[in-house]
Design a binder for this molecule. Structure first.
Ligand code: ZN
Length: 431
């Protein structure tokens, strides 16, 4: 099926005026559009960052900027493994101290570096995307390493995002598969967000979830063509990812697109940052964890409410002192103290926990109905990720299986966000 590309974005912009990302464009004229936009909206000089992998596909973008009358200063990173570290982002800001705006030719890391520098100097950022690998192009956060630890830090979103499907499709196939998985994580994340609102009265915004309208069906339908490297299918996935990023802007929170599955992925990344154990592409990790979280959701929803014994379940929950010990074991003294502070914000006294479990039990049917708007069957998502060329078995990720398995039970302690990992644990479902 040949879906049009860009119409869902157009509709989203019509419905939501005033988005901080003023322009998202996907098309073979992406470079020219970048130039035209820069001419209208940006100053005279730009710093363009890329790396040795992405620079070769960036010629058209550089040319368009020069044709638009901009003075282009370039920096091409040649590190074999570029890391979005705060120090490197500061370095980009320093290099661009005299620039009026920043342009990144790249995907996750390069875009985060440019967004970090742009935010630091209050200068606009334009992105020329080179892979449909994640949803961060349009988000208002960067995943950046601060003192060795990966954090999601709020930032000013890019002013414009431009992508040529032929360029994006030329990225390594695993990257587009990761993008499909990062997008599909919203099925589990959306349900997590909804239940956090229902059980804990946390802030929630239905409008942010409506951003996805129409995209999910297209991504599921075209996932097999993504696996074949088809540029049109990859453009469909890319559009869905841009919508996903925008939904987080609308929500003012990453919650619509980041639930328990993202905590599992962050756990693996934190282990990499602290102890050097291997990790994989963000979307690859998220995809494997999404299948796990959807299975957890299925087990949660299959519980017979009458059989939920709140007193017995509360008695099984670990005491905070026990959690603190696990956290110190996982992260050491300094980082562990920060992690435990996150847990303390999420942890509830026994009485509150009992009431929460009872609330779930007494409203199980309504909750089931509400979360069905987000959830998809785990096997369907698993098949779609596989069809797109991504792994769904933890053994097939580039991360130690023992780290992944530990993440299943311990990732819920690293962040103050209520997810299915917490819910399942409170209901006695073992990861
Ligand atoms: Zn993600």
């Amino acid at each position: 099926m040949q879906y049009p590309v860009g119409d869902l974005l157009e509709r989203a912009y019509e419905k939501t005026p005033g988005l901080a990302v003023e322009r998202c464009h996907i098309g073979k004229d992406a470079a020219a559009q970048l130039g035209t936009f820069a001419k209208a909206r940006c100053g005279a000089t730009c710093l363009v960052i890329s790396d040795t992998h992405t620079r070769p596909v960036g010629d058209s973008a550089i040319r368009a900027l020069r044709d638009a009358g901009k003075k282009v200063v370039e920096h091409v990173f040649d590190e074999p493994h570029l890391d979005a570290a705060e120090t490197l982002g500061d370095n980009v800001a320093q290099r661009g101290a005299d620039a009026d705006f920043f342009v990144a030719i790249g995907s996750g890391t390069l875009c985060d570096l440019a967004k970090h520098a742009g935010t630091k100097l209050s200068r606009p950022v334009l992105l020329f995307a080179t892979a449909a690998s994640m949803n961060g192009y349009t988000s208002g956060i960067t995943a950046i390493k601060v003192r060795g630890l990966k954090r999601t830090v709020p930032c000013t979103p890019a002013l414009g995002v431009f992508a040529d499907p032929a360029v994006v499709a030329s990225a390594p196939p695993r990257m587009a598969a990761a993008g499909v998985a990062d997008y599909l994580s919203k099925c589990s994340a959306g349900a997590d967000w909804r239940v956090a609102h229902f059980l804990r009265d946390e802030y929630y915004d239905e409008q942010a979830l409506r951003f996805y309208e129409g995209a999910l069906e297209r991504v599921l339908d075209t996932a097999p063509q993504v696996g074949e490297g088809d540029a049109h299918a990859i453009a469909i996935a890319f559009e869905a990812l841009l919508l996903s990023g925008l939904s987080m802007l609308v929500a003012g929170s990453s919650a619509p697109a980041s639930g328990g599955e993202h905590l599992i992925s962050h756990f693996i990344d934190m282990k990499q940052a602290l102890y050097g154990t291997p990790n994989d592409l963000h979307g690859v990790q998220v995809g494997v964890a999404t299948v796990h979280c959807l299975r957890l959701w299925e087990r949660v929803l299959a519980l017979e409410p009458a059989a939920i014994d709140a007193d017995a379940l509360v008695a099984q929950q670990p005491a905070d002192a026990q959690v603190e010990q696990w956290v110190l074991e996982d992260w050491g003294e300094t980082i562990g103290a920060e992690v435990f502070a996150q847990w303390k914000q999420k942890s509830r006294p026994r009485d509150t926990m009992r009431a929460e479990i009872q609330k779930f039990r007494d409203n199980a049917a309504a909750i089931r109905e509400a979360v069905q708007r987000d959830l998809l069957p785990s096997h369907g998502v698993e098949r779609a990720i596989q069809a797109a060329g991504g792994p769904t078995n933890p053994e097939d990720m580039n991360a130690p299986i023992e780290v992944y398995e530990k993440a299943l039970t311990r990732a819920r302690y690293i962040r103050n966000r209520f997810t299915v990992l917490d819910l399942a644990s409170e209901l006695g479902i073992k990861g």
